[in-house]
Design a binder for this molecule. Structure first.
Ligand SMILES: NC(=O)c1ccc[n+]([C@@H]2O[C@H](COP(=O)([O-])OP(=O)(O)OC[C@H]3O[C@@H](n4cnc5c(N)ncnc54)[C@H](OP(=O)(O)O)[C@@H]3O)[C@@H](O)[C@H]2O)c1
Length: 268
């Protein structure tokens, strides 16, 4: 597959690393920063002299610039986008209608919402098709995003909710981890040991839930013996309304994503 990568920042470079690990993907890249272009070249991409030249002959043009730059880049490359190709945008919050409208023609567009663990190859991305994208276009997008983690399909109307959960979610988990570490320190553990225990616990519990596919409340029940330590801890969490706090975080981030979209793209 031939890919044009427009924007070699954090997300663009994470994707590039994943594609190079996987192999079989030829990448042509452009970014205004020489340092980023050089880094992309070192990773194995061909550095193009400009965005319009990067997109020539590409099966997929991956738009990995900041949301505020998307319009400008589409104006620059719109007329050079190859027939038979498609656009894959990872720009958070930018609707497919905006991308399609800016291109001004029937061009297949897939929108994705990745998250930051893509940097280490364990992200999760949601993808949704624009008006002119087929199953085959979604498959191309999934193949590319699959190089940096899992991919799920969804409808565009759920993309704000995806942002509120998996997009912003890593930050909630870091906050939870910090609190676990501080809790450990509070009860006398050295900080480095508390960090190791907290990271291992969160990774292990997530892996266990994923691999067994068991209902979360049943997994919790299995480690909660009558009158034991875990139920005492869980009771403390319930009294502090822990679950309501986490649900509220997802709800607030989703609402904020909707507000930002309405402010920026109310016409699309
Ligand atoms: N990082 C994440 O975890 C994450 C998660 C989900 C979605 N995303 C989305 O991914 C996109 C990129 O985010 P990021 O975190 O990777 O940002 P970033 O590190 O700032 O990368 C964006 C890159 O695009 C370059 N750029 C600016 N104008 C350009 C142009 N005209 N043509 C080509 N490249 C251009 C920027 O260069 P300058 O710095 O010189 O402007 C920068 O190197 C955003 O739309 C974001 O919403 C990121």
């Amino acid at each position: 597959m031939r890919v044009a990568l427009l924007g070699a920042g954090n997300m663009g470079t994470s994707l590039l690393r994943g594609w190079m690990r996987r192999g079989g993907i030829e990448v042509s890249v452009w970014d205004p920063l020489p340092r980023r272009r050089e880094e992309a070249g070192r990773l194995g991409a061909k550095v193009a002299p400009s965005n319009p030249e990067a997109v020539q002959g590409a099966d997929v043009v991956v738009l990995a610039v900041k949301p505020g730059k998307v319009g400008e880049v589409l104006d620059e490359v719109g007329s050079s986008l190859p027939d038979g190709g498609m656009l894959l945008s990872v720009a958070a919050g930018v609707p497919t209608a905006f991308l399609e409208g800016r291109l001004g023609r029937r061009y297949p567009v897939v929108r994705a919402m990745p998250n930051s663990p893509a940097l280490v190859g364990v992200g999760i991305s949601a993808v949704c098709p624009g008006r002119w994208a087929s199953d085959e276009h979604l498959e191309r997008a999934e193949a590319l995003l699959g190089a940096v983690g899992e991919v799920v399909r969804t409808e565009e109307k759920l993309m704000d909710a995806v942002t509120g959960l998996s997009g912003s979610g890593p930050a909630y988990v870091y906050t939870f981890l910090e609190a676990l570490v501080d809790g450990g320190v509070l009860v006398g553990l050295p900080r480095d040991l508390a960090l190791k225990l907290a990271l291992g616990t969160v990774l292990g519990a997530a892996k266990m839930a994923k691999e067994t596919g068991e209902d979360l409340s049943s997994l919790r029940g299995k480690v909660t013996s009558p009158g034991g330590t875990t139920i005492a801890g869980l009771y403390a969490l319930e009294k502090m309304r822990f679950r309501a706090a986490v649900m509220g975080a997802v709800e607030a981030a989703t609402k904020r994503s909707e507000e930002l979209r309405d402010e920026l793209y109310s016409d699309s």
